[in-house]
Every structure is written in structure tokens, then in C-alpha cells.
Design a protein around this ligand. Structure first.
Ligand code: PLP
Length: 340
């Protein structure tokens, strides 16, 4: 099977497994796991922040970011397609007691004037807007890059309005590699930043939240309260460290293959958005029926909005898999299953 459902489906490679097996470990709740300490320092430096904390998932790092950036009854403002709003099980309400106010924006980008219009003044009737959450790259928009100038502009507006900024950077390194803009340049404009090692970077588990020392101290309390305190977790953190040290630059290969996939599918007759990173959105008509037929041809993908599917390139997808996918989709068009 060629599995393009997500960049989370990668299996750890032999050298990554070796790094895991050989990792020095200790009790991380006591701050004594040398591998986790190294990973947290490495990622804090990559993101240009004072400190970082290792957590099991990007959902947890996002939710801790919200917890430390808000108080009960406050309002979080975010794009209507945000992962935090759509795919995190209502956790901001569940864990932090905050409401979410969504705003529209082309390609996942929140414009300064849209933000300003959504932020209501101090008034006894209104929830207090406290935090703006931004996502880069934007998943629902198809891996679109939130360009640094747009990002800086809306973050400045947020600051002007008295809001803090959290960046959901599950795929921030895809944005960095695609543009040549170092990840830390986006992070300068955010108070807290979440990054994942289990997406395109190829680790089996692990995300980090970065920010200033005091914020990350609070995050450590929150992680314990949310049930995310781990013991000799250096054995899994070693995979994340390996991923950050070896698999960032190679994301460019995923982007190249996504473009190749898009070109091939377009030549075959499909309507395809031009990918900016590793996500390809394709018009197929009846998505669910199409995906069943595609699976019979040996290719897995994810249903997106009604008539579209999402294909995601990653570490386990090489040129042969790209060609195999184009061939499978072409066969479906010939047999009359695909459309447009
Ligand atoms: C995957 C992802 C996350 C985190 O997901 P987990 O599965 O909890 O690690 C957060 N934001 C975005 C945009 C994502 O794609």
C-alpha cells in the first residue's frame, strides 16, 4: 500500500531506532533525563526561545499554550480552519475553560483588520479576548505557508490589541524549508510556539512547546496537571532529537514530490491546487467512493471537503510511490471513476 493519508504514518528508520536504543535516560519529572534536556535545549535554540518542554503530542503542546496564555472565561481568537478549533476534541473549553471565536481568512491567513474587527472592547458583557492562535503551515488550507510579513503584521496587531500570540507550528519547518525563512523568524512574533516531530520529521511521537523561561515553568506545571509528566522518556525523545537533527532539510524532498504528484495528477486530468509544501488537494467528485476505488488500486488518501481528497508526502514516500499514485489515479480516470 502507498499511504498518503498523512505525514504521521512514517515508521522510525534503523538509525533513529538505534538512537532510541542508545539514549541515556533518567526521571524527567525530576528533570533528570539527559536526552530530554538535550532535546529541549536544541529545540529552544532552533526556535530562538529561552526554553522548551517536551510533550507527547501537538494537541497537548497547543493546549498547554492556551492554558498558560489565558484565564478561565477568556476568549481565544483563531482561524475557522484551525486544527485547535476543529481537531482537538473541544479541549480549550474542557481544559482551560475558554471560549473560541473563529474568523475567516484566505489560505488560513488571519488579516490584521479581521482580527481588529473580532476583538471587542472591555465591557462587562463581553468575554475577554486574550490569545490569538495562528497556524503555519495551515493544514486545512492544504499546507499553505503563512508568509512572514503577513504573520508579523497580524501579530503586531494582536500585541497592539493586548493579545498574546500562540503559533501552532506542527509543520513550521515545512514553511521554513519551503521559503528559506528560518523558523525562529516566525517565532519572534509569538509568545508560545508548538512544533511536532511526529509529522514530516518522521519521529513516532513527540512535540515541544517553546517560550520564555517563566512561561515554560508554568507549562511544566500544566503538563503535570494534564497527565503528561513522563519518566525515562528519553527513549522516545531520542527519536525526536534525531528527527530535528537529521530530517529538517530533507523536507524539501517531500515538497518536490508533492509538486511532482500535483503535476502528474493534473496531466492525468484532475483539478489540483498547486502545493506550497507537502500537502496536495485534489478534486475527485465523490470523495468517499473515489477513495475506496483508489484503495483497491493500492493507494490510501484522506477525504477532505466533500469533493476533494488530501494526499500528504513524507519520509516513506519516494519517487516510485509518486509514480505509482499517478498511475493508479490515471487508471481510475480511464475507467470513469475520477472526474474533472
Ligand atoms: C497534527 C497537528 C497537530 C497536533 O496533532 P497531534 O496528533 O496531537 O500531535 C496540531 N496542529 C496541526 C496543524 C496539526 O496538523
Amino acid at each position: 500500500m502507498i499511504d498518503l493519508r498523512s505525514d504521521t504514518v512514517t515508521r522510525p528508520t534503523a538509525p533513529m531506532r538505534r538512537a532510541m536504543a542508545e539514549a541515556p535516560v533518567g526521571d524527567d519529572v525530576f528533570g533528570e533525563d539527559p536526552t530530554i534536556n538535550r532535546l529541549e535545549e536544541h529545540v529552544a535554540a532552533l526556535l530562538g526561545k529561552e526554553a522548551a518542554i517536551y510533550c507527547p503530542s501537538g494537541t497537548m503542546t497547543n493546549q498547554i499554550g492556551i492554558f498558560v496564555g489565558t484565564g478561565r472565561g477568556d476568549e481565544v481568537i483563531l482561524h475557522e480552519g484551525a486544527h485547535i478549533f476543529n481537531y482537538e476534541a473541544g479541549a480549550p473549553a474542557l481544559l482551560s475553560g475558554v471560549g473560541m471565536r473563529t474568523v475567516p481568512g484566505e489560505g488560513g491567513v488571519v488579516a490584521p483588520e479581521t482580527l481588529r474587527a473580532a476583538v471587542r472592547p472591555e465591557n462587562v458583557h463581553f468575554a475577554r479576548p486574550k490569545l490569538l492562535c495562528l497556524e503555519n503551515t495551515h493544514n486545512v488550507a492544504g499546507g499553505r505557508v503563512f508568509q512572514l510579513c503577513d504573520f508579523a503584521a497580524v501579530a503586531a496587531e494582536a500585541r497592539d490589541l493586548g493579545l498574546k500570540v500562540h503559533l501552532d507550528g506542527a509543520r513550521l519547518f515545512n514553511a521554513a524549508v519551503a521559503t528559506g525563512t528560518p523558523a525562529r523568524e516566525w517565532c519572534e512574533h509569538a509568545d508560545t510556539v508548538s512544533v511536532c516531530s511526529s509529522k514530516g520529521l518522521g519521529a513516532p511521537v513527540g512535540s515541544l512547546l517553546a517560550g520564555d523561561e517563566e512561561t515554560i515553568r508554568e507549562a511544566r506545571r500544566a503538563r503535570k496537571a494534564f497527565g503528561g509528566g513522563m519518566r525515562q522518556a528519553g527513549i522516545i525523545a531520542a527519536a525526536s532529537l534525531y528527527a530535528f537533527e537529521h530530517n529538517v532539510e530533507r523536507l524539501a524532498e517531500d515538497h518536490e514530490r508533492a509538486k511532482g504528484l500535483a503535476d502528474g495528477l493534473r496531466e492525468a486530468g484532475y483539478g489540483v491546487d498547486e502545493p506550497e509544501t507537502n500537502i496536495v488537494l485534489v478534486e475527485v467528485g465523490e470523495a468517499e467512493a473515489f477513495l475506496q476505488d483508489l484503495a483497491v488500486e493500492g493507494v490510501l488518501a484522506t477525504p477532505w471537503s466533500g469533493s476533494r481528497i488530501r494526499l500528504c508526502t513524507h519520509l516513506d514516500i519516494g519517487d516510485a510511490e509518486v509514480e505509482g499514485t499517478i498511475a493508479a489515479a490515471s487508471r481510475l480516470l480511464v475507467s470513469g471513476e475520477g472526474v474533472r
